[in-house]
Design a protein around this ligand. Structure first.
Ligand code: ATP
Ligand code: MG
Length: 357
């Protein structure tokens, strides 16, 4: 009996409709070669759906998704539909109800591509940003008093629970253990934020005791951002709270190079609920419909999905195919200085995976 993974496919908006089919093409090639089955459920939920029905997804949307092992997402968002609708109508409910408490972004400069940092090559930029994805500064708790008066004041609470902090720290240390350099860097700001951040630091030091083989360091978020730019080679696994992780998980892929290549994952590590895999980029309305967008971020996200599903060999093969294509001058889209269309890149990668990359 071959292994079967059930995947909810949500292309979403804009170039998501172009990148997801290429992602599926490569996943299909990997499934054939490595002997597993993908059972796909397609959902055409998007801002277009919202404009027609007043909802981003049907009322029982989450229950439908809950049937799957993983969610493969393109991009969500479109001009004219406010962010709070597209975010809070689809992405945030998925992250929260499936307890995807890890947001994971590899920041890796690929051979044959350029970092915006001068004189940096693939050996200098290869780290992960691990972001806490469920609590911290993005709690929905707070309030406004005396609105519109001189006495007006507004608060928003930061919520750091031992459970929430420990589980993201543990994930970061476990990830570092699989890496050659075995190092975890913590993002903090305990000189300015005097309750939650010292607590974060305390739990970090406590967790580190369980991992004697792992090197650790920590930086305040401001100087850490500077180090990302000036010393990206210092980092291996970088862990941060919801807000600090959010900042770093945009900065990290940016220093690593092209937005069209970067992948991301929202993970429930215990696999009690489906995890979600999507490229870092958005729906790119400026190039949508032209079939010129880069599908590599989507395809790499597919590789992360396979790794999460236990298909490590297949995931590695996809990664090797991407590296080889970029290093050896295979077809490239315009954002990487080439002339190829989206499907040319998808086909080349699918072929490489099928033929033993
Ligand atoms: P969002 O808020 O949804 O993240 P955004 O407008 O901030 O959207 P993107 O949609 O990622 O950001 O687009 C930013 C820029 O990068 C645009 O000019 C877009 O064309 C370009 N871009 C994004 N993704 C790709 C891709 N896969 N291939 C080529 N160019 C891309
Ligand atoms: Mg954006």
């Amino acid at each position: 009996m071959s292994r079967t993974h059930r995947i909810a496919v949500v292309p979403g908006d804009g170039i998501g409709k172009e990148t997801v089919p290429e992602g599926l093409r490569v996943l299909d090639a990997a499934a054939r070669r490595f002997g597993f089955d993908l059972k796909l459920d397609h959902y055409d939920w998007s801002c277009e759906t919202y404009q027609k029905t007043g909802r981003m997804m049907p009322e029982d949307g989450l229950e439908q998704l809950a049937q799957s092992d993983s969610i493969f997402l393109g991009a969500v968002g479109w001009p004219g539909v406010p962010d709070h609708i597209s975010l809070w109508g689809l992405l945030i409910p998925i992250r929260r109800s499936f307890d995807q408490y890890i947001s994971l972004r590899p920041c890796k400069l690929m051979p044959g591509t350029k970092s915006p940092l001068a004189n940096r090559g693939p050996a200098d930029i290869d780290f992960y940003v691990v972001r806490e994805n469920t609590e911290g500064e993005y709690s929905s708790s707070g309030g406004r008093m005396f609105p519109g008066t001189e006495r007006e004041f507004v608060t928003q609470d930061s919520v750091f629970t031992r459970h929430g902090v420990d589980r993201v720290l543990k994930y970061a240390f476990e990830l570092a253990q699989t890496r050659p350099r075995k190092k975890v860097t913590s993002a903090t700001k305990s000189n300015g934020i005097t309750f939650t951040m010292p607590y974060w630091d305390e739990r970090f030091a406590e967790m580190a005791k369980n991992y004697p083989g792992i090197t650790t360091d920590q930086f305040h978020i401001d100087i850490l951002c500077a180090h990302f730019v000036q010393h990206p080679d210092w980092f291996d696994v970088v862990v941060g709270s919801n807000l600090f992780g959010d900042i770093l998980s945009d900065l990290g892929p940016a220093v690593a190079g092209s937005i069209g290549i970067a992948p991301s994952a929202n993970i429930n590590p215990e696999k009690k609920h489906p995890s979600m895999f999507e490229p870092v980029h958005g729906s790119a309305p400026d190039i949508a419909g032209k079939h010129i967008c880069n599908p590599i971020g989507q395809i790499w996200s597919g590789a992360m999905m396979l790794e999460h599903l236990g298909e490590k060999e297949a995931a590695d093969a996809i990664l090797r195919a991407i590296e080889k294509l970029l290093a050896e001058g295979g077809p490239r889209t315009r954002d990487l200085g080439g002339q190829a269309g989206t499907a040319d890149v998808g086909r080349a990668l699918a072929e490489a995976v099928a033929n033993g990359a």
